[in-house]
Design a protein around this ligand. Structure first.
Ligand code: FAD
Length: 442
């Protein structure tokens, strides 16, 4: 009988444990709570949702809704339990968190193939292991991971800039250019006049911030680890002086507009998020501003006046690996092949995405699932590819339509376009699964 150790009975670990156990694997599941708590969990339940009780939209015309539909096709174990615990919330799958946690715990506790160990794991050894310890991985285990992968491959903070859709950009204003024309013109540039720049800085200075949960510093302040350096929020930089940004992240030198050869007063650069260039990241614009303020302020950026936000910016405690450098395609560590990584630690972001990750890793082990078996047109396939595709600026990713390749036909109506993207994803995924099953039968 196959045996495996799973560390962490959160969303990813619980999904992986149930998948493997139902497929006849003997699972040793380690969870440190309630003996050792994280700064965000409150119960001893498995699969505890630490903050909001929403697994986001049920509509397949939203990225999260589509992802959930794909995960159901892939045989997800936790989503049906979540649905049993749902509470009224319009189109969203909101759940009774307490009930959900209790049900998942009871399910796992009663499974004949799962043995539970309520203890903190502090070291990684040579056993076949899934590490699913999440964004708040305990200090001791983090140290052990750092010894394997190196200091610079593990981050503690997430500094996320907003992502906007390519089709919402105003290309009459924005132009393509790399600084001093070095390398390929991969960046788009939003040029500011003097007046536009100072209005933008003023708006940043006046905007309201998210209430940050400051458990980060007390928890990790005494550890001499690598910290993510570029995580100063843009509004913080703006407060240091009215010209700080234009001498820093918004520096215009070497970015003269090709048509006029004139240098703007300041520039915000946009970097593409995917090879189809359907989504762009606002370089240097990591922020703690409230979402409605982000929308208002970043729409002041020339060329972004109608920007569609696929993801908003944020900064929070988040332990995650530099996945695209250190993970194999099968989500094991390149330099310790018996260790697989699942959940938010692997570089996905969000409840549903973490469950997906547990589903993927377990199925990689159970049936040799590989990323070619999840079409590029699916959100699940693209989230997996995001983790294993070389990326100098790797950042965690949540479900969004910007991950998907464009449709062959040009559709202007946004709703219709999302419907078509969703139809294509579901159709391609079902076809792939059917083909694989038929090949296996032969
Ligand atoms: C404060 C906070 C709020 C968040 N809010 C949201 C939100 O509203 N919506 C959303 O979609 N996402 C949110 N996230 C992001 C993310 O989706 C969740 O953190 C999600 O729970 C991650 O799933 P996971 O399985 O990777 O980790 P977790 O669900 O955190 O599970 C990890 C488990 O590992 C255990 N563990 C850790 N170290 C050890 C060890 N050494 N030995 C044994 N057990 C260990 C932990 O106790 C925990 O039970 C939030 C994250 C944080 C930190």
């Amino acid at each position: 009988m196959n045996r495996i150790k799973i560390i962490g009975a959160g969303l990813a670990g619980s999904e992986a444990a149930l998948q493997l156990a139902d497929n006849g694997w003997k699972v040793e599941l380690f969870e440190m709570r309630p003996q050792v708590q994280t700064p965000a969990h409150h119960t001893a339940n498995f699969a505890e949702l630490v903050c909001s009780n929403s697994l986001k939209s049920k509509l397949i015309t939203t990225a999260s809704g589509l992802l959930k539909a794909e995960m159901k096709i892939l045989g997800c174990k936790l989503l049906p339990i979540a649905e049993e615990c749902s509470v009224p919330a319009g189109n969203a799958l909101a759940i009774d968190r307490e009930l959900f946690g209790k049900k998942v715990t009871a399910f796992i506790e009663s499974h004949p193939n799962i043995s539970i160990h309520r203890e903190e794991v502090t070291e990684l050894n040579d056993e076949l292991t899934i590490v699913a310890t999440g964004p708040l991985t305990s200090k001791n285990l983090t140290k052990s991971l750092v010894e394997i992968i190196g200091n610079e491959q593990l981050y503690f903070f997430d500094a996320i800039a907003p992502i906007v859709s390519a089709e919402s950009l105003d290309h009459d204003i924005i132009y393509c250019k790399t600084r001093y024309d070095k390398g390929e013109a991969d960046y788009l540039n939003c040029p500011f006049s003097k007046d536009e720049y100072y209005k933008f800085v003023e708006a940043l200075n006046e905007a309201e911030k998210h209430e940050a949960k400051e458990f980060e510093s007390e928890f990790f302040s005494k550890i001499d680890f690598h910290f993510y350096e570029n995580c100063t929020p843009i509004e913080e930089l703006a407060r240091r002086g009215k010209d700080t940004l234009r001498y820093g992240v918004m520096r215009p030198v070497g970015l003269e507009a090709p048509k006029t050869d004139k240098r703007p007063y300041a520039v915000i650069q946009l970097r593409t998020e995917n090879k189809d260039k359907t989504a762009y990241n606002l370089v240097g614009c990591q922020t703690m501003l409230k979402y409605n303020k982000q929308k208002k302020i970043f729409r002041m950026v020339p060329g972004l006046q109608k920007a569609e936000f696929l993801r908003y910016g944020s900064i929070h405690r988040n332990t995650y690996l530099n996945a695209s450098h250190i993970l194999n395609e099968n989500l094991s560590l390149k330099n310790k092949l018996n260790i697989y990584i699942a959940g938010q630690l692997s570089g996905v972001e969000g409840y549903v995405e973490s469950i997906l990750s547990g589903l993927l890793v377990s199925n990689i082990l159970i049936k040799n699932l590989n990323s070619n078996l999840l079409p590029e047109t699916t959100i699940s396939g693209q989230l997996w590819r995001h983790l294993i595709t070389e990326n100098k600026n790797f950042q965690p990713m949540n479900a969004n339509f910007g991950l998907l390749p464009s449709l062959e036909e040009k559709i202007k109506d946004k709703r219709l376009k999302k419907e078509k993207l969703a139809e294509r994803a579901i159709r391609d995924l079902k076809k792939k699964i059917l083909n694989t099953e038929n090949t296996e039968k032969k």
